[in-house]
Design a protein around this ligand. Structure first.
Ligand code: FAD
Length: 414
């Protein structure tokens, strides 16, 4: 049986950097990946462009990870966004910053990120074991025996478990790591979808599939009129509900709330830049100038055409009503609906279709300074397998790189 100083399980962002870092300390390192290549998920990130990190300060990152944020502080300090930029630049790949601080490779191709990672792996003599699925890890005499399908078993003094979450399973992240961690005595915080489209109760929503709204704001209302209000941004209607950056970013919170409340009200402010009174005077002017025009035609200046039928239906207004037939009450209701177009959210797509997995190995059982298990000495965790997920913007990949780097270094130096 081959023996290694460090065996890293999972060739995603976290595992790859952990193996590279351990290799930099001249350790005998193996990277075990069930696929025939590493980084299948990296290739689909950022719509194939890989939003590798964000230039936000560390406190913003911590905030983005909510309750788990503080746990990642040491890892972020160890290897943060500027380190990532240097890491790729030193192999000739420049990164660029786009809106909201999102960082991408200048090539706009996730393949470029992967190519650099492969270069580092080779340079640091990491032994790549492909097509090998770890099924069991057993501590034995101060080492670990790794049983796998598709390759011979190996032993390792230290292990970094970086098998990712349980979504987009075709990339290899099937959730195996959770079972392995559980079998070693770790508690797994229940898994739930994060960054996931939400479903709406209203059946007519299917007619809006593909309609995109820009410069809007959304408010989720739950319980006794408690509210979650978004920034201004984009939303996309789907055949089952809503998606797009604003929805995805708040979806983690909403999924948790849906566990208590079966339905959550969503209001879309279609004109967040204008107050009710400003809209009212605009409408009064328009109605005066275009009194004989059908309301549905007048609304074309105000809303995407495909949204107008749904908008009039919500208001229970007749399609052919002319503007000079609209009562004051109806006019106010139109403006009210522009400021708060209502939908009922009753669920989300399943975990498989979420961009990240919420829940995972409890951070209470991992030492934040080293990423070592507090339960099994010599076992380290890195990446999405750890409980905690952030909104989109490069935060999740940074978490994978930071925890991977720290886990790899700690495992090599222990
Ligand atoms: C569509 C999509 C777009 C995204 N875009 C972005 C983005 O632009 N920016 C961002 O920050 N985040 C993005 N994310 C999230 C980001 O991809 C993850 O947070 C990140 O990839 C997690 O890295 P990881 O190394 O922990 O896990 P993974 O990348 O999931 O890697 C885990 C690896 O472990 C392997 N593995 C699993 N089980 C075993 C086993 N038993 N034996 C051997 N190998 C195993 C898997 O095959 C896989 O290669 C996106 C996610 C999705 C799905």
């Amino acid at each position: 049986m081959k023996t290694y100083d460090v065996a890293v399980i999972g060739g995603g962002a976290a595992g790859t950097i952990a193996a590279i870092r351990a290799g930099q300390f001249d350790k005998k390192v193996a990277l075990v990946e069930r696929n025939e290549s590493i980084g299948k998920k990296i290739l689909i990130t950022g719509k194939g462009r890989c939003n590798v990190t964000n230039i936000a300060p560390v406190d913003t990152f911590i905030e983005k990870f909510g309750k788990q944020g503080q746990f990642f502080r040491t890892a972020f300090f160890k290897f943060f966004n500027l380190d990532i930029i240097d890491f790729f630049a030193s192999k000739g790949l420049e990164l660029k910053t786009e809106r909201q601080g999102r960082v991408f490779p200048v090539t706009d191709k996730a393949e470029s990120i992967l190519a650099v990672l492969k270069q580092y792996l080779a340079e640091n003599k990491v032994d790549m074991i492909y097509g090998a699925r770890i099924t069991e890890i057993k501590p034995r005499l101060g080492s670990f025996v790794l049983s796998m399908e598709g390759s011979d078993n190996i032993t390792a003094k230290k292990i970094v478990l970086a098998t990712g979450g349980a979504s987009y399973k075709a990339t290899g992240s099937t959730g195996d790591g959770y079972n392995i961690a559980r079998s070693l005595g770790h508690a797994i915080i229940p898994l739930k979808p994060g960054l996931v489209p939400l479903t709406a109760k209203e059946l007519w929503i299917k007619h809006l599939q593909g309609v995109a709204l820009e410069n809007i704001r959304i408010t989720f209302e739950y319980g006794d009129k408690k509210k979650i209000v978004s920034e201004i941004g984009e939303l996309m209607f789907t055949h089952f509900g809503v998606s797009g950056p604003l929805v995805l970013d708040l979806s983690g919170e909403i999924v948790s709330l849906l566990e208590e409340d079966k339905e959550i009200r969503l209001f879309i402010d279609l004109k967040p830049g204008l107050k009710f009174e400003q809209l009212e005077s605009k409408f009064l002017h328009k109605f005066k100038v275009k009194g004989n025009v059908q309301l549905k035609n007048l609304m074309k200046d105000i809303l995407p055409q495909r949204l107008i039928p749904a908008f009039l239906n919500v208001l229970d207004l007749k399609w052919e009503i002319k503007t000079n037939q609209v009562t004051q009450e109806q006019r106010r209701a139109i403006i009210q609906t522009l400021k708060a177009f209502p939908l009922t959210i009753n669920g989300s797509l399943p975990l498989e279709e979420a961009m990240v997995t919420g829940g995972g190995v409890s951070t209470k059982e991992i030492n934040p300074r080293t990423m070592e298990s507090k339960i099994v000495p010599g076992l380290y965790f890195a990446g999405e397998i750890i409980d905690g997920a952030a909104s989109s913007g490069g935060y999740n990949l940074q978490q994978a790189f930071s925890t991977g780097y720290l886990a790899g270094e700690s495992a090599a130096n222990a």
